[in-house]
Design a protein around this ligand. Sequence first.
Ligand code: DGY
Length: 320
Amino acid sequence: MKVYITRMIPEAGLHVLRQAGVEVIQYTGKTNIEKEELVQNCQQADALLSVGPNKLDAAFLQACSHLKGIALMSAGYDQVDIQVATDNNIPVSNTPDVLSNATADVAFLLMLAVSRNAFYMHKTIGKKEWSFFEPTANLGIELYGKTLGILGLGRIGMSLAQKCTAAYNMQLIYHNRNRNTNAERTFGARYVSFEQLLQQSDVLSVHANLTPATKNMFNKAAFDQMKPTAIFINTARGALHNEQDLTEALKNQTIWGAGLDVTNPEPMLPDNPLLQMRNVCVLPHIGSATQETRSKMAVVAANNIVAALQGKPMPQVLNN
Ligand code: DGY
């Protein structure tokens, strides 16, 4: 049995595959694999372990309907047409849970960095702008005791909520498809409408899946309702916010600042005006990028592949 892997992955995952006698074919290029090459390579394989943004759309899934399973090495699954995969009897799995803490760390890092203009301040030193200590300059905003609003209070949101309530005594409000009674019990979280979330959050952190309903949810109409001191954080998917509207909101000081680990498109182009703004911190989609987490993700994905190739249900299957 052969698996095709669209990136180099940590050794721990390869080890699981070898132990199970699965032959690995791996793409070793440094750019996204082209669609045609992906289809061709999947024709030689029995399963696909997909890392990164390759679109596994209807055309791909129909051309590769022989696959016994597709394991995504990500929590997000917006890159796959799950319905078409189901129609073609292809089980698809993801890697939830194992990346929650690392991704929430990055959201927390961005919150603090934006509240104190940290990335911009770092750059000023290199530009020889640090001349003397000015008591009224370089002032940030403190997060302690403020209101954290979360859109999409799932596993990553819960991990962020834990950090912010325990360490920063932040009050938690959230908006979700469903009520999260566990968060209400554990963190005293308050369920609010989307409008209330916009209006009441001091920090608004997005952890929702990208779907047609959430795409562009953070647009001019949304930013206009936020506090002028609010910080917008997105570690989920770049298409959840409208970049043009966000740039305008930051330029016009409609909101205080933004921290982004995801952009649209990715990679963000180096001449993007957001990169020059003092109230913005951008990271290159590194939410889950720790040695520990990436190894765990590779192992989870590999275990899903092994199960699919052995004709067993994938432990983290998204469809049935
Ligand atoms: C995820 O797990 O969804 C990360 O954003 C990597 O794609």
